[in-house]
Structures are given as C-alpha cells and as structure tokens.
Design a protein around this ligand. Structure first.
Ligand SMILES: [Zn+2]
Length: 369
C-alpha cells in the first residue's frame, strides 16, 4: 500500500478503560462475539499495516441500566471506576475517558520501533504517519456526551476531537437513534424497547450541527434515524463532508441503520464517506458462518459502483462490542481484505482510496478551519 491505511471507527479506548487491556500487547480475540476481547492493539495494527484510526470514545449511556436488567444488577457490584461512568456528569466523564486513553497511549512502549500517538490536529496526523508511527484521532460516539450543551462541542474540539457520532443507542436530546442491536444479541430482555424512526434532529441537534460546521468537526450520521439524517443533509447541504463511519448498504441489507443509495449519493456529493462496517449482521441477511469477509468485499464493491471510488472507506467497529466476520477478526486482516478487493475486480488505486486514501482526504477537508 502506498497510501495510508485508515480505519474510520474502532474502540480500543473502551477496552482499555472497562477491562484494563494493554494496548501494546498482542491479544487473541478469536472470531466469535466476545465483549471482553481486545482486537485493536499495536502489534495487530502493525501487522495489518494500519497507519491511523478514528478512535471512538464511548461513554456508556445511562439508558443501558434501565433497558438491561442484568446490567442493572451487575451495576450494584461494579467497582467505582465503572459506576462513575453512569453517575457522573456525562461531559466530564467523557473528558475523563479521553484523558485516560491519552495516558494509556502515551505510556504504551513502542513495538519494533513503531509507537501509537494521539493526533490532535491535521498537522499532527500527517507528522505521526510520516514518522512511521500509528495515529489515533479522537472521535466521540453519541452526543449524550455533550450533556445537552452545544458549548461542549468546542471543548471537545479544543481537546483534539475530530468527529462526533450524533446518535447512539438512546435518545440524547440531539439526534434520535435507529435500533443498533441485532435481534440475536438481544439476550436476557435487553434492548427490547422499539425506536421511533420518525423522529428527527432536535433544536439542540441543529445547534450542535452548526457548531460542528463552524469549528470544522466531522459529523458522523451512523446510528441516526433516516429522518435525522435527512435533517442534517438539509442543514449542511454539500458544504461540508459528512460521514457514516460504520454501516452497510440499505440495498444489500435493508435496515434503517444503513444508508440508501440516495443517501449515499448525498454523502458523496458533499465529499463525504461511507465506512463499511466489519460486522456481517449489517451487511447481509444471508448469515453463513463461513467466507464472510466476502460480504465486506461485496458491500464495498457495490458502494463504489453507486457513489464512486472517492466516497467509500471502512469503519471496522473493532472492540465496539461487535461480532466481526470470522475471517476478519482484527486489524491484522486488512492485507487479506486488500487482496480480496483486488480479486473482486477493484483496481489497486481504488483499493488504496477505500482503505485509507479517502479517509485522509476527508480528515484534511473537514477537520479544523
Ligand atoms: Zn456505533
């Protein structure tokens, strides 16, 4: 690969905080759904030739406790380190998670001369990658972290956060969510409440979008209802690149989580990106346990056909409590994906754009003033 490889969405910070996983150590995540696994670590990123990622900071939402009885029971016995995530001020706790991850990264030793670095600006991003190190760029998943205060957008931007995923599991006063939990994972009575897909962006949401555009932050529409996505398309037009960092294609997997071709074209028209998720559930209803990297390839190839090679990327969602394809379980699988994309008929140039060239372009175009 001559272009950098860049993942639009992964969650190493969550595992380093919740389970105290060491990011410089090599982990064996396996293929099955395993919330305690660690997939994004320095040796795996190196093995996969990954140069950078939008590293999601996710503050567990308070709604989880009401919606998930077993979690509520476990909460009673949780250590204070975990309890504070639900009981504290959401913005302050998000900042705590950012600082915690920065400490984890800065104290992680280099592996074979390559180290992880938090990049807090476009210039830092370029520098880290030019040095041959791996750049982690903060993104915040779920506007519940803003605690309903649009003024907190600037505070995150000033800390080096490049993007915010507006919605997540629950209504957050900014953008309403789709149902993002696969039915087969709704175990033990969790996540049963239906989502209202007719809801759109709130007034606070419109202020947040304006503020993000003013500052130069990338708006991630993943998890938003189709109505909220439409509201953002209307508000932003083609003036700024928009992202859907981890999703499939509605045409292949009709689910409100995924953009329709018309939506994908709107994102492309503004110079934005659709990041294909590495989770079979969102890519196909044809759930076979073998050869499933194929669905990532099929989705990327189809989206490239619909919106062109400049508007497609990937957002693995590794470590996001997801169930990845059995043959693409961690970042070390990226070279295999590259080979499969070429075998599916994409040119080397297109593959380089999809695996990182486009992400680098969008970060340059949409981050900072
Ligand atoms: Zn997500």
């Amino acid at each position: 690969m001559s272009a950098p490889v860049f993942d639009l969405h992964a969650h190493p910070s969550m595992k380093t905080y919740l389970f105290k996983k060491k990011i410089h150590k090599s982990h064996k995540p396996g293929g099955a759904f395993n919330p305690f696994s660690m997939r994004v670590d320095l040796p795996k990123l190196r093995a996969g030739g990954v140069n950078g990622l939008l590293s999601a900071i996710y503050l567990p939402e308070k709604g989880l406790l009401d919606d998930c009885f077993p979690l509520k029971m476990m909460y009673t016995f949780a250590p204070r380190r975990l309890k504070r995530l639900f009981s504290g001020n959401p913005f302050d706790e998000t900042v705590m998670l950012i600082e915690h991850f920065e400490n984890v990264v800065s104290s992680a030793p280099a592996v074979s001369g390559v180290k992880l670095e938090i990049a807090k600006s476009r210039a830092e991003l370029d520098k880290v990658i030019a040095n041959g190190d791996i750049a982690l760029v903060h993104s915040v998943e779920g506007a519940h972290s803003l605690n309903s205060d649009p003024g907190n957008v600037q505070r995150l931007f000033d800390r080096g956060v490049a993007s915010i995923t507006l919605a997540h599991f629950y209504e957050n006063g900014v953008a309403p969510p789709v149902d993002a939990v696969p039915s087969h994972m709704k175990k033990m009575g969790c996540f049963r409440k239906p989502k209202n897909l007719s809801l759109g962006l709130t007034d606070t949401g419109r202020q947040v979008v304006d503020e993000m555009m003013r500052l130069g932050m990338l708006i991630d529409l993943t998890h938003c209802t189709p109505k909220a996505r439409e509201d953002v398309f209307t508000q932003v037009g083609t003036s700024k690149p928009l992202l859907m960092t981890h999703c499939g294609s509605f045409s292949l997997r009709p689910d409100p989580m995924n953009p329709t071709d018309a939506e994908a074209k709107k994102i492309a028209a503004g110079g934005g990106l659709i990041g294909v998720i590495f989770m079979t559930h969102w890519l196909t209803a044809d759930h076979k346990p073998w050869d499933i990297l194929r669905y990532v390839v099929v989705t990327i190839r189809r989206l490239v056909g619909v919106v062109g090679e400049d508007a497609v990327g990937f957002g693995s969602d590794f470590d996001g409590l997801t169930d990845p394809p059995d043959d693409l379980v961690d970042p070390s699988g990226i070279p295999l994906l590259a080979r499969e994309l070429e075998a599916a008929g994409l040119s080397t140039g297109t593959v380089e754009k999809v695996l990182g060239g486009n992400a680098m372009r969008v970060l340059k175009a949409g981050w900072g003033r």
